[in-house]
Design a binder for this molecule. Structure first.
Ligand SMILES: NC(=O)c1ccc[n+]([C@@H]2O[C@H](COP(=O)([O-])OP(=O)(O)OC[C@H]3O[C@@H](n4cnc5c(N)ncnc54)[C@H](O)[C@@H]3O)[C@@H](O)[C@H]2O)c1
Length: 332
């Protein structure tokens, strides 16, 4: 296939900001069609990007669009259902993160992907970021010595009004959880990509400020396969802001401050260096380019569905631990 024609389903915030421009701008990639239940929103985005095919109904889009791949950018509760329908219609599929509401929900999509020859991936784009690759290479070269600790922190303020389009994020049946499902999953995916699935977790989740049915606070201690400790805290209830990822070894450590942009600080013994790494302007562009190349090279994309489902299984273990106030084994 020379050029991948995309159907984008969900024309909301992330679609407009990053996904649609990436589908349009990536090499050998064409944004052919846009579908949203809010047809006016789909049409507006289509007009802005000169896309001809607009749909309000996903089945009609699957049947009638010229697309051979579907990008799912709807609220989380629809991800696996739409992904399965796209795969069953013979389309390749790239799904926003997290893959599903739970590990069990993800299995539907993982199973559907296994029985087709279509390419299926999840949008955990950080696996392609230069800072992730740098940390992975440091691990492979043994530069950390023995990894003894990982620290993950994210806090910000989130308090959508009920009429805010983003309100679905605080409704568990639509989002799968609060700050942990939204931002925690990105950082869990990086953790799993670098170190594999943690062995166990002890977590505490709370609503300290906002009275939703999803947590505004999640704090946890995990154990990695080599025995290293992970401490993580996520808050949607502070008007201050922090977004950090730190790996500490016996010989060296690395800090991403913040996690997505800005300096990477590498410390070897007492020697502190800033590592200059490029930060792509649109992080979805390398993601789409990787997916298109995967299709052309007949290989898996950077985060296949089975890999993405691990993050949901870890999230299940976190919630189970918090609910039962006990240590939970994470499984494979
Ligand atoms: N990768 C990232 O960094 C990142 C960042 C933000 C959001 N996201 C993910 O992207 C997804 C969308 O988030 P958002 O902030 O753009 O949400 P949003 O609410 O702004 O947009 C979702 C869109 O989906 C549409 N929609 C709902 N049901 C639909 C259906 N059945 N068929 C077609 N369209 C339907 C809505 O009308 C809306 O326009 C979520 O999964 C979110 O977790 C990822």
């Amino acid at each position: 296939m020379e050029c991948v024609n995309w159907l984008l389903v969900g024309a909301g915030d992330i679609a407009r900001k990053r996904v649609a421009p990436a589908l349009r701008d990536a090499a050998n990639s064409e944004l052919a069609a846009i579908c949203d239940v809010r047809e006016d929103v789909a049409r507006e985005l289509a007009n802005d990007l000169s896309v001809d095919e607009v749909f309000a109904d996903f089945d009609a889009a699957l049947a009638n669009s010229s697309a051979d791949a579907v990008y799912v950018a709807t609220p989380v509760g629809l991800h696996t259902e739409l992904a399965v329908r796209a795969l069953e219609a013979g389309k390749h599929v790239l799904v926003e993160k997290p893959l599903g509401l739970s590990g069990a929900d993800c299995e539907r999509a993982v199973d559907a992907a296994e029985v087709t020859d279509r390419v299926a991936g999840c949008a955990y784009f950080r696996r392609l970021s230069p800072r992730y690759i740098h940390a992975k290479e440091m691990l492979e070269r043994g530069e950390f010595g023995q990894v003894v600790a990982v620290r993950m922190t994210y806090f910000t303020w989130f308090n959508p009004e009920p009429d805010d389009p983003k309100y679905w994020r605080v409704i568990r049946s639509k989002s799968g959880g609060g700050i942990l499902s939204d931002m925690g999953t990105h950082m869990f995916d990086v953790l799993i990509g670098l170190f594999g699935m943690p062995v166990s977790v002890f977590a505490k989740c709370d609503n300290l400020v906002h009275q939703w049915d999803v947590e505004d606070t999640g704090t946890m201690v995990m154990e990695l396969a080599n025995g290293a400790h992970v401490s993580a805290s996520f808050n949607w209830n502070s008007k201050t802001w922090r977004h950090e990822f730190e790996v500490v070894g016996t010989e060296a450590k690395i800090d991403w401050l913040p996690y997505d942009a800005g300096p990477v600080v590498k410390t070897v013994g007492r020697d502190i260096q800033n590592v200059d790494l490029p930060n792509p302007e649109n992080v979805h562009l390398p993601l789409v380019e990787d997916f298109v190349r995967a299709l052309q090279e007949n290989r898996a994309p950077c985060c296949p569905l089975a890999e993405a489902a691990k993050t949901n299984r870890l999230l299940d273990a976190v919630y189970q631990s918090a609910e039962k106030n006990t240590l939970v084994e994470c499984g494979g």
